[in-house]
Design a protein around this ligand. Structure first.
Ligand SMILES: C[S@@+](CC[C@H](N)C(=O)[O-])C[C@H]1O[C@@H](n2cnc3c(N)ncnc32)[C@H](O)[C@@H]1O
Length: 200
């Protein structure tokens, strides 16, 4: 089921880092969700230049902010995502690299073994922000991996970006598909949806 929610979210001002796909309203919603339920650490799938990573990391200096991106011919992306791809590997995460709590992981999220976090003990994430491959199959793989990880590791939250984006219709399509088996929450006036995952 999809449930529309209207929490009172204070809008934060974001740094002027140029064009950003994730608006200040979306970032405010993410920060609000994190304040509520990110007790451990945060992982973002889809870093891009690290503009959202930066905003999250400076607001939560006590948390480890993992962020993952990848450039590779094996990426199968929808056309809109393809246009936005960064060509130069060194530009990935360039706005957030310098922050001490940011850990950039250069990896394909579809094949990455998230169990690696278990070796880091206290740095296990309990909050996934999925904003990587926006194809139906891509967001499905990332979501299923995040759900499996959270179930095994005490539970947590998953947030998605682009649940309403007009030229990325496969994300809303996947949300509809997932909502047949899970409760999904859409935060009003934002492009952010989320779900809660219980630990086993
Ligand atoms: C829309 S951008 C992310 C924007 C960023 N979250 C922000 O708010 O500024 C999507 C990014 O996901 C990355 N991406 C796509 N598929 C991926 C995959 N399978 N593994 C890792 N990163 C991926 C792309 O390279 C691209 O940089």
């Amino acid at each position: 089921m999809i449930v529309n929610v209207t929490p009172k979210i204070p809008t934060i001002e974001v740094q002027d880092l140029g064009r950003r796909p994730t608006s200040k309203f979306d970032i405010s919603a993410l920060l609000f969700l994190m304040k509520q339920s990110c007790k451990k650490n945060f992982i973002e799938i889809g870093t891009w230049y690290g503009k959202t990573t930066y905003e999250i990391a400076i607001k939560f200096p006590e948390k480890s902010i993992f962020t993952m991106d990848y450039i590779g011919e094996d990426l199968v992306l929808d056309p809109a995502s393809n246009r936005a791809l960064i060509k130069n590997k060194d530009d990935l995460c360039k706005f957030a690299h310098h922050l001490p709590n940011v850990h950039f992981i250069y990896a394909n999220s579809h094949t990455y073994n998230f169990n690696k976090f278990k070796n880091l003990l206290y740095e296990i994430p309990d909050f996934f922000f999925i904003d990587g491959d926006h194809s139906f199959d891509g967001v499905k793989i990332d979501t299923e991996k995040a759900i499996a990880f959270l179930k095994k590791n005490g539970g947590g939250k998953i947030a998605w970006h682009d649940i309403h984006t007009k030229n990325l219709t496969q994300v809303p399509d996947y949300m509809q598909y997932l909502s047949k088996t899970e409760d999904i929450y859409y935060i009003k006036d934002t492009n952010i949806g989320f779900m809660n995952v219980k630990g086993k």
